[in-house]
Write a protein that binds this ligand. Structure first.
Ligand SMILES: NC(=O)c1ccc[n+]([C@@H]2O[C@H](COP(=O)([O-])OP(=O)(O)OC[C@H]3O[C@@H](n4cnc5c(N)ncnc54)[C@H](O)[C@@H]3O)[C@@H](O)[C@H]2O)c1
Length: 360
């Protein structure tokens, strides 16, 4: 049911990505941020200065027992705490906007989906890339067949070790623990977005073949690159995804040092997004090559942070007014998870073809 007043929101987890998620909430008349939750008391105190009207809590339980009225929560917790946090929030009757990756296995995702149904509340898994303006241009070109029938496409990610914003030590710590569990930062955590864009652009995937690598970057700590993944969509279009590590390369970035590109080839031309998170290639972020002519977009809002703002606003607007289709509901995010898990299964079995639909 739509709300006839601003939505009352609690933000749970005030770490690194909080800085971008809140862009949807700042100066937004559709929402009131009424509570902040973080188990780190110093961080809680620091962030509470940004929301003087919000009450602060050290845990979800503390918030629930305070009796403060909440409609929805923004869950920005480490992946290992997603299920526990989401189940607690749904049990309290709150709608949930959860950061990706949804979960580390299908059983966990299914428990969250079932809990949302039982509670009669909406569980969304937040995806920001599908709100990034250059990627929206790419989707339009693909959908309208401006480059002709699509022949195939390539995604590229280069993770570099120098540049970008500071990431707190405790954030790295849980990322490395995730990697130990076989859900690395490049293929699974950041990779989630690339898989989401593949499904968004070209629909369901029939089969995946993968080779997930590992490189020790400092003694005892490895990163999941080089990794190479190929897949075929049900419509026959094939995608290739190359993940490469350039540990000593400096990359200019306001955020993470991830150099990314998407290049789609059609029968008549190609279209590409030259960058996203970082500021790697200093060319227009979107280009279209057709009939011997390159067209470049010079005035796009290609700041990666804007995709967080727009993804969050989409959620708030959807909750407030109930209009249109929610991107992405939990059931759709389950398909992204199965895609990711098919990569691991394929790699573990020597790169054989694995159908995401067979993952359970
Ligand atoms: N969309 C994107 O591009 C993107 C980018 C980065 C991270 N993420 C995702 O966002 C989520 C958070 O990532 P991050 O980098 O901000 O992590 P982070 O570690 O910087 O922040 C997590 C916060 O949760 C707090 N916390 C931990 N346990 C808690 C508990 N039990 N109760 C309350 N608070 C607790 C920590 O103190 C910390 O402040 C992850 O799911 C991550 O994958 C998404």
């Amino acid at each position: 049911m739509p709300y006839d007043r601003p939505i009352r929101v609690a933000i749970i987890g005030l770490g690194r990505i909080y800085d971008l998620n809140i862009l949807a909430y700042v100066d937004n008349p559709d929402v009131d941020v009424v509570a902040l939750v973080d188990s780190n008391d110093e961080r809680l105190l620091e962030r509470s200065a940004e929301w003087p009207q919000a009450e602060s809590f050290l845990s979800i339980d503390e918030l629930a027992s305070s009796g403060l009225a909440i409609d929805a929560v923004e869950v920005l917790l480490p992946i290992a705490l997603h299920e526990q946090g989401v189940l607690a929030c749904l049990a309290n009757g709150w709608h949930v906007n959860l950061q990706k990756p949804f979960a580390t296995d299908v059983a966990s995702a299914n428990r969250m989906i079932a809990a949302a149904k039982l509670a009669g509340r909406r569980l969304r898994v937040m995806e920001n890339y599908i709100f990034y303006e250059p990627l929206l241009h790419l989707k339009r070109v693909v959908d309208q067949r401006e480059i002709g029938t699509i022949s195939g496409y390539v995604l590229k990610m280069v993770a570099s070790g120098r540049g970008g914003w500071d990431v707190p030590g405790d954030t790295y710590q849980w990322q490395f623990e995730q990697a130990e569990l076989g859900r690395g930062v490049l293929v699974f955590d950041d990779g989630w977005h690339k898989l989401a864009t593949a499904l968004w652009l070209f629909g369901p995937v029939r089969e995946v073949r993968a080779w997930v690598g590992s490189t020790e970057v400092v003694p005892g700590i490895s990163v999941d690159a080089p990794s190479t993944v190929v897949w075929e969509h049900e419509n026959g279009i094939r995608g290739v995804w190359d993940i490469t590590l350039a540990v000593d390369m400096y990359l200019r970035s306001d955020y993470y040092t991830n150099d990314e590109r998407w290049e789609v080839t059609g029968r008549r031309g190609f279209a590409r997004v030259n960058r996203c998170t970082g500021r790697g290639i200093q060319e227009p972020s979107f280009e279209l090559y057709l009939d011997g002519e390159m067209r470049s977009q010079h005035a796009l809002d290609d700041d990666w942070a804007s995709s967080f703002r727009d993804s969050g606003r989409h959620w708030i607007n959807w909750l407030r007014r109930g209009e249109g289709r929610l991107l992405y509901c939990a059931e759709e995010s389950l398909e992204i998870l199965k895609f990711a898990l098919a990569i691991y299964e394929s790699s573990a079995k020597g790169g054989i073809g694995v159908q995401p639909s067979s993952i359970n």
